[in-house]
Design a protein around this ligand. Structure first.
Ligand code: HEM
Length: 481
């Protein structure tokens, strides 16, 4: 009798357990499972909060609203996908060790970067690639191998600008992208872009690709035979065939001495599959120029807008380098105010607004359980604009980064290059030095002014662009008093 009761009890218990499992599974699948993380309900099960993102204008602007309403950790639905977003120094710290990036959040950019790009590589493969690639972008390598190229290209820009003085209107983004495209390709892929027409065609193709991929995020893909689709395919083809040509040229002309060793040689020597070689070449090229090009665009824009800051940068350059001295490993750290201006530019422009991570098991974060496989957005840009760390966050004020003021807030609040899992942007040192070199060259030759009557608006996408070209004029130094 007792045995039979026990048996009944075990059967009921197992049945109850199965029922519970099924209910949890159904809740998760239906997108209605409970979570203690505050956040937004989906508008419908297919689109999730995509219409809210479109209404906000961009994912970054949506995340700003989400965190304002629900706090530093919040959830929403990217289509049918449950997504968590975090936006505080404390929560970033708790996510310090996570390496894997959820490929699905970055899929919209796959037509350009390719499915074998480092951007989608996780686990042992991703870590091994980063170890191999990061070696080409350490501080010593950038100072020893790339500084001369940055100097040469900076001289070319200033020589060209010397012919465009006084009232001539200069398209800032256009010029900065040209400089950045040459910088990343010549330092890392070989001396390919010789004439400006080639650079312009490549940049225009990039713009078409990026605009179309961003548009598709919220509007979906156009008809296969539409004009948009044809233009997109054509632009992708220009980008991919150019990179393939650059790789072929290097393959056919192996390096003559170790001193000529560039990043592309590392890829060629590693014996990696051809698809990975091409996709990572495209990824480093694009990631290397669109960020630096925009970094420079926003920096010169802020300097033109804040003439007092421009004067202080100029004075520091004269004090540290003199009128004609060059940046070197010995003096670059003395350009303290210049570095503050760079950091405030990265903060104010929100250059790369977000990245993301995921883990393969349930984890605790901020006192909540994050279910396995849930994408966690690291809302870098929301933190860069958080009043708690940055009073009057929209004000451009490089003094926020003075050594004394920097001590007043947690380091983790300022992470414009990402931070998690030793997967921080591999090119951050490259960018800081490249930008410092061009700024040192240009500001000692010219005072930059904004063409009056422009309304400069940011467009937050994968990276942050000005909505329209920014036009500046130049005054030769020494002539302005
Ligand atoms: C101001 C300039 C730049 C900014 C703001 C920036 C920002 C970022 C951010 C936020 C990430 C994501 C990191 C993460 O997921 O934790 C990233 C990744 C990446 N960046 Fe940059 N970046 C800049 C310049 C560069 C340059 C110059 C290069 C090339 C030399 C580069 C190459 C890459 C690559 C290849 C990745 C993907 C790495 C991976 O998937 O592991 N970036 N960058």
């Amino acid at each position: 009798m007792l045995e039979s009761i026990m048996l009944d009890f075990v059967i009921i218990f197992i049945f109850a357990l199965l029922l519970l499992g099924t209910v949890i599974f159904m809740y998760r699948r239906s997108g209605k499972f409970r979570t203690t993380i505050p956040g937004m309900d989906p508008i419908d099960s297919r689109e999730g909060n995509l219409p809210d993102i479109a209404k906000a204008g961009s994912l970054h602007e949506f995340l700003s609203l989400l965190h304002e309403r629900y706090g530093k950790i919040a959830h929403f639905w990217m289509g049918p996908r449950f997504v968590v977003s975090i936006a505080s120094a404390e929560l970033f710290k708790q996510h310090l060790k996570v390496f894997d990036r959820p490929p699905e959040l970055f899929r919209p950019y796959e037509p350009l970067f390719g499915s074998n790009s480092i951007a989608y590589a996780n686990g042992a493969d991703g870590r091994a690639r980063r170890k191999l690639y990061d070696a080409s972008y350490g501080h010593g390598i950038v100072m020893n191998n790339y500084l001369g190229i940055f100097n040469k290209l900076s001289n070319e820009v200033s020589a060209k600008w010397n012919t465009m003085l006084d009232e001539q209107h200069i398209p800032l983004r256009d010029q900065m992208f040209a400089f950045a495209i040459k910088s990343i390709t010549i330092t890392s892929f070989g001396d390919y872009f010789h004439d400006d027409e080639q650079v312009l065609e490549f940049r225009k193709a990039y713009d078409t690709c990026m605009d179309e991929m961003e548009r598709r995020l919220t509007e979906g893909a156009p008809e296969p035979d539409s004009l948009e689709e044809k233009n997109f395919k054509k632009a992708l083809n220009i980008m991919h065939s150019t990179i393939k040509k650059i790789v072929e040229i290097r393959r056919d002309n192996p390096l003559k001495s170790e001193d000529d060793h560039i990043f592309l040689d590392t890829l060629l020597e590693a014996g990696i599959p051809e698809s990975q070689l091409i996709d990572d070449s495209i990824s480093f090229t694009v990631a290397g120029f669109h960020t630096s090009g925009l970094f420079l665009t926003w920096l010169f824009y802020f300097l033109a807008l804040h003439q007092d800051v421009q004067t202080k940068v100029y004075d520091e350059l004269l004090k540290v380098l003199g009128p004609n001295g060059k940046i070197s490993a010995d003096n670059i750290n003395d350009l303290q105010y210049g570095r503050q201006v760079q950091d405030e530019t990265l903060r104010c422009s929100v250059l790369a607004p977000w990245t993301a991570r995921y883990q393969h098991m349930d984890v605790e974060l901020g006192g909540h359980t994050i279910p396995a496989e849930t994408p966690v957005i690291l809302a870098l840009g929301v933190s860069l604009q958080d009043e708690e760390y940055w009073p009057e966050p929209t004000k451009f004020d490089p003094d926020r980064f003075s050594p004394e003021n920097s001590k007043l807030r947690p380091d983790m609040a300022f992470q414009p290059f990402g931070f998690a899992g030793k997967r921080k942007c591999p090119g951050y040192r490259f960018s800081y030095i490249e930008v410092q070199v061009l700024v040192a060259e240009i500001l000692r030759k010219f005072r930059i002014k904004l063409v009056e009557g422009q309304v400069v608006m940011p467009v937050y996408g994968f990276v942050t662009n000005p909505k329209e070209e920014i036009w500046v004029t130049l005054e030769k130094r020494g002539n302005e008093e």
